[in-house]
Design a protein. Structure first.
Length: 73
């Protein structure tokens, strides 16, 4: 959640957050995906796509990120 909040606050970039989430996903997939909390896995997958563009806009806007933090994503 702190990573998502940092994106909203502007203290980390979407690209940095997405790269970190992708790296963590890769490491987990190599170790044991069964040991991962499904809700956390879902958030990692969403965070890994923070820098994806849809036309001139990000696929996930700030409202979507706030919803993820609030548990509605």
């Amino acid at each position: 959640m702190a990573l998502l909040q940092a994106v909203l606050d502007g203290t980390t970039s979407r690209t940095a957050a997405a790269e970190w989430a992708s790296e963590v996903q890769d490491e987990i997939e190599e170790l044991d995906t069964d040991a991962v909390d499904p809700a956390m896995w879902h958030l990692l997958r969403l965070a890994a796509s923070l820098d994806v563009m849809s036309g001139a806009n990000y696929l996930h806007d700030e409202a979507a990120i706030r919803d993820w933090i609030a548990g509605r994503g």
